[in-house]
Design a protein around this ligand. Structure first.
Ligand SMILES: [Zn+2]
Length: 80
């Protein structure tokens, strides 16, 4: 495992708690994304709620979902 980057640590310390929650949730897959809710037995579907194109997983949400293609470079960015 590589050493922590001081510059990255400072960036994370300056990030809001709510944004960190989103980022950690996406990285650990402990989110309200459909695939996780399905595994917990809390929903009957796994498809993307925004586009219905693929399973709603972290990678899909951050990198592949056409419905989020206009979003910024951070997972919590929202376009108007
Ligand atoms: Zn999608």
């Amino acid at each position: 495992m590589s050493e922590p980057l001081p510059s990255r640590a400072k960036e994370l310390q300056a990030t809001s708690r709510s944004n960190l929650k989103v980022a950690v949730g996406l990285l650990t897959v402990h989110t309200t994304l459909s695939t996780h809710m399905f595994k917990l037995g809390l929903t009957e579907w796994q498809d993307c709620r925004l586009f219905g194109d693929e399973k709603e997983e972290s990678e899909h949400t951050v990198s592949h979902c056409p419905a989020l293609a206009c979003k910024g470079t951070e997972p919590w960015d929202v376009c108007s």
